[in-house]
Design a protein around this ligand. Structure first.
Ligand SMILES: Cc1cc2nc3c(=O)[nH]c(=O)nc-3n(C[C@H](O)[C@H](O)[C@H](O)COP(=O)(O)OP(=O)(O)OC[C@H]3O[C@@H](n4cnc5c(N)ncnc54)[C@H](O)[C@@H]3O)c2cc1C
Length: 104
C-alpha cells in the first residue's frame, strides 16, 4: 500500500484491548477486564459527546448486573440510582377504559 506524502503522519497509541462504545456493555467489559487483569491497557472509544451520552433514559434499572460487577456500589455517595423500586404496575389502556395487571 502506498503512503500519501501530502497527509500529516498519523499518531497511534497501542492498547491490549480496544472497546468500541461506552454503553453499559462496553463499560462493563472494560471494568471487568481491569478487575481480572489490572495490567491490561484498555481503551473505550465513544462517539457520543461524553460517556453515557447514549445510555439509559433513567427510568428503571435492574441492578443485578452492576451488583455482580461492583459489589458495594450503593455505598458510593454519587451513584445515580436514588429511588428503589418497590412496586410494579402494568396498565392496559383501551377505548373502554384501562385495567391494571399486577406483576409479582
Ligand atoms: C429510549 C430508551 C429508553 C431506555 N430505558 C431503559 C431503562 O429505563 N432501563 C434499562 O435498563 N434500559 C433501558 N433502555 C435500554 C438500554 O438503553 C440498553 O439496553 C443499553 O443501553 C444497551 O447497552 P449497550 O452497551 O449494549 O449499548 P448502548 O447503550 O447503545 O451503547 C453503545 C455505545 O456505543 C457507541 N457507539 C456506537 N458505535 C460507535 C462507534 N463506531 N464508535 C464509537 N462509539 C460508538 C454509542 O454512542 C453508545 O454510547 C432504554 C433504551 C432506549 C432506546
Amino acid at each position: 500500500m502506498s503512503e500519501r506524502k501530502d497527509l500529516p503522519e498519523r499518531e497511534s497509541m497501542e492498547f491490549d484491548v480496544v472497546i468500541v462504545g461506552a454503553g453499559p456493555a462496553g463499560l462493563s467489559a472494560a471494568i471487568r477486564l481491569k478487575q481480572v487483569n489490572p495490567e491490561l491497557t484498555v481503551v473505550v472509544l465513544e462517539k457520543g459527546a461524553e460517556v453515557g451520552a447514549h445510555i439509559l433514559s433513567g427510568a428503571v434499572v435492574d441492578p443485578v448486573g452492576i451488583d455482580r460487577l461492583l459489589p458495594g456500589w450503593t455505598k458510593e455517595e454519587d451513584h445515580p440510582f436514588k429511588t428503589r423500586v418497590r412496586d410494579d404496575q402494568f396498565l392496559f389502556l383501551g377505548p373502554a377504559g384501562s385495567f391494571a395487571c399486577r406483576i409479582s
